[in-house]
Design a protein around this ligand. Structure first.
Ligand SMILES: [Zn+2]
Length: 285
């Protein structure tokens, strides 16, 4: 089975994870730019992070035969550092022009402050200008309200629903989104939020169209094999392989393919390759 994980933070994962993902059938992924666990204090930290998402991390993934893509944005939480946010917004266009940058994201709301409104609106405008999809993170608190407010802002700015991915959904938000034409993504976690069995129930109720499943896999308790586990749970529940392929391959290819920047034929893994003189091997190389 071919798997495309459309939202996974590989920066926070080890090479063992890459190896296990490749063994499970993951051959493509999207890594969204996000909050790094503590606030950054200057724009250079963002520049270096964005550079790693288009440089080192795709190189590392390629060692395992995985095609790495990313999304670039200022995350909602750090949008509240208004001085820094202004500087970060200024450097974004440089990265939005790069190969393998397949969307603007993660954007959206954290605490729904006026500063977040402003940065969200500015990044919707950037996605329109660069003709890129937009990946919207829904807040962990007041999720339903945050999702409604995100939809309102997207409509106000005339952002096309077919270019919109709304992420971190649950049973409540999917009901709100099902008829809007946006892509609905679900982060599958080990013991919080939506697990693979709840996900199967959602797919049974709403079907597979415009549905995306991801492992999110960050520094918290998370599992980079959750897309594979959801695929297995779908098969066990009676979905056929074509339904599974729709969710774990065709849908991510369709939505992120709208960027014109997917590079899915990464070629075979090359453990001896170098990135600016560095390899992933340690000792003897
Ligand atoms: Zn994320």
């Amino acid at each position: 089975m071919r798997i495309f994980d459309p939202h996974i933070h590989m920066t926070s994962r080890t090479t063992d994870d890459y190896e296990a993902m490749a063994d499970a059938g993951v051959t493509a992924l999207v890594e969204p730019a996000f909050w790094l666990g503590q606030p950054r204090t200057n724009v250079g930290s963002f520049v270096d992070y964005f550079a790693s998402l288009v440089g080192w991390e795709p190189f590392r993934a390629a060692q395992f035969g995985i095609a790495h893509h990313c999304t670039i944005a200022l995350n909602p939480k750090e949008a509240n550092d208004t001085g820094l946010a202004k500087d970060v917004l200024e450097v974004l266009p440089r990265y939005l022009a790069k190969d393998r940058v397949v969307a603007v994201g993660e954007v959206g709301y954290d605490s729904m402050t006026p500063a977040e409104d402003e940065v969200f609106a500015a990044q919707i405008a950037l996605a329109l200008e660069h003709e890129l999809p937009l990946m919207v993170h829904t807040p962990h608190r007041d999720k339903l309200e945050g999702t409604k407010r995100s939809l309102d802002l997207l409509r106000e700015q005339g952002f096309p629903p077919e270019m919109t991915i709304i992420d971190h959904n649950n049973e409540l938000t999917v009901e709100l989104l099902a008829d809007t034409g946006v892509w609905m993504a679900f982060s599958i976690y080990p013991d919080t939020k939506v697990d693979e069995h709840r996900m199967v129930s959602i797919l049974q109720q709403y079907g597979t169209e415009r549905m995306l499943v991801n492992s999110a896999a960050d520094w918290g308790r998370s599992d980079p094999l959750k897309v594979k586990k959801t695929a297995d749970a779908m098969l066990a529940a009676g979905f056929d392989q074509a339904d599974v392929d729709t969710v774990v391959w065709d849908n991510p290819v369709a939505v992120y393919g709208q960027s014109g920047r997917l590079e899915l034929d990464g070629g075979p893994a090359d453990p001896n390759a170098l990135f600016e003189g560095s390899s992933i091997k340690r000792g003897g190389s």
